[in-house]
Ligand binder design. Structure first.
Ligand code: RFL
Ligand code: PHB
Length: 389
């Protein structure tokens, strides 16, 4: 087989890149190790920045998102029971859209099917070769048969545990990492959300988040120590813990029900540099991880491939390498700002094992400063709704 761009991974980064390139007439093959259903079954992010919404429109998959997505003008923070709403629309004239990653993935898979481009699911033992030459190759086993794809470029959209970053010679890569001593236990339930907008809560017992997927489906999270097991969290224990951590009015309004999904995600900050090695590019979680507190993971994946699609289009249509040469630096400057925001949100909203009385006052003072200063509120708003590229 031969193609122009071999895309490893059918998460949001790989699928969106495939669609953006298809719109430009650039042929791709997507190689994914899991099944379609497995990819669709993963419950992950829920908040789309304005720029992500625009990119999905550009990829031709905006229709259902505009009908079913919920436009939110702001979010609420709750510190030790005191609530404050940040109205992004009135602060800076921007909003976010609540539309689950599962739905984004479904829309992109449908568009890919309609495009006629090739996607290979359940590809085992994917390896990448010769990306330091102008004849890179991808090898894998599909249905028991060894296969090879020759291509011009490889896009590593295979997530944090993927094969692409791991294939870069170690001396060529610098990584930056912080692992947090806690995770998020998430629960999905078919009950109406407790409020119209997202509520981020900080409490002595730990962080909590009230989010949603639709007017009838809610997503809730509570901070748990690293190493915690989902089996130790029957639904009742989860609901009790959530009620503790939010204000009394929210706790009273909460409509509980049987969970339809429950899982624990570890929290990590991670950046690899650079993001291009000859004819291999890294994008999305393969390149960087943010803790979910700032709702940036999916949005960064989208903006990375937005830039990569432009760069590859410039290469094929204008015969200019300027875009691909500038890809890494352009993407990383935005990535680091999202890393900073996600780290900061995580720092002020979670309880850390070593947070002392001074640390607690600092967290509280961050909150008081945020609500008392229009400049600080605007800084929160511009970061949450997404910095420009
Ligand atoms: P993905 O979605 O991980 O997709 C990568 C794809 O590559 C495949 N793959 C391979 N394919 C072939 N060969 C290999 N060797 C391969 N290795 C891996 C995988 O099967 C997969 O299909 O990365 P992508 O596309 O970069 O998208 C990034 C987003 O998915 C991610 O940033 C967010 O979901 C992060 N994230 C969250 N972000 C938020 O903004 N809000 C959230 O609430 C939120 N919750 C989460 C999350 C990430 C989680 N992970 C990674 C475990 C919850 C979880 C549990
Ligand atoms: C979610 O709905 O899953 C969600 C929303 C906001 C976040 C993280 C996760 O910051």
């Amino acid at each position: 087989m031969r193609t122009k761009v071999a895309i490893i991974g059918a998460g949001p980064a790989g699928l969106l890149l495939g669609q953006l390139l298809h719109k430009q007439g650039i042929e791709t093959i997507i190689i994914e190790r899991r099944s379609r259903d497995y990819v669709l079954g993963r419950i992950r992010a829920g908040v789309l920045e304005q720029a992500t919404v625009e990119l999905l429109e550009k990829a031709g998959v905006g229709e259902r998102m505009h009908v079913e997505g919920l436009v939110h003008d702001g979010v609420e923070f709750c510190f030790d029971g005191d609530r404050h709403r940040f109205n992004f629309r009135s602060l800076i004239g921007r909003t976010v859209t609540v539309y689950g990653q599962t739905e984004v993935t479904r829309d992109l898979m449908q568009a890919r099917d309609a495009s006629g481009e090739v996607s290979l699911y359940e590809a085992d033992g994917v390896t990448i070769h010769d990306f330091d030459t102008d004849k890179p190759k991808v090898r894998f086993v599909k249905d028991g048969i060894a296969q090879e794809i020759a291509c011009d470029f490889i896009a590593g959209c295979d997530g944090y545990h993927g094969v692409c970053r791991a294939s870069v010679p170690s001396g060529a890569l610098t990584t930056f990492e912080r692992v947090y001593p806690f995770g998020w236990l998430g629960l999905l339930v078919d009950r109406p959300p407790v409020a119209d907008e997202l509520l981020y809560a900080r409490h002595e017992r730990g962080f909590a988040l009230c989010s949603m997927r639709s007017p009838t489906r809610s997503r809730y999270y509570v901070q748990v120590p690293s190493g915690e097991k989902v089996e130790d969290w029957p639904d009742e224990r989860f609901w009790d813990e959530l009620r503790w951590r939010v204000d009394a009015e929210t706790a009273d309004r909460l409509v509980t029900g049987p969970s339809i999904e429950k899982s624990i995600a570890a929290l990590r900050s991670f950046v690899a540099e650079p993001l291009r090695f000859g004819r291999l590019f890294l994008a999305g979680d393969a390149a960087h991880i943010v803790p979910p507190t700032g709702a940036k993971g999916l949005n960064l994946a989208a903006s990375d491939v937005g830039v990569l699609a432009e760069a590859l289009t410039e290469y094929y249509h204008e015969l200019s390498p300027a875009g691909i040469d500038g890809y890494s630096a352009r993407v990383l400057s935005r990535v680091w700002k999202a890393e900073r925001f996600s780290w900061w949100m995580t720092s002020i909203l979670h309880t850390f094992p070593d947070t002392d009385a001074f640390g607690r006052r600092m967290q509280r003072t961050e909150f008081d400063y945020l609500i008392g200063s229009e400049a600080a509120s605007k800084a929160l708003a511009e970061n949450y709704t997404g910095l420009p590229l």
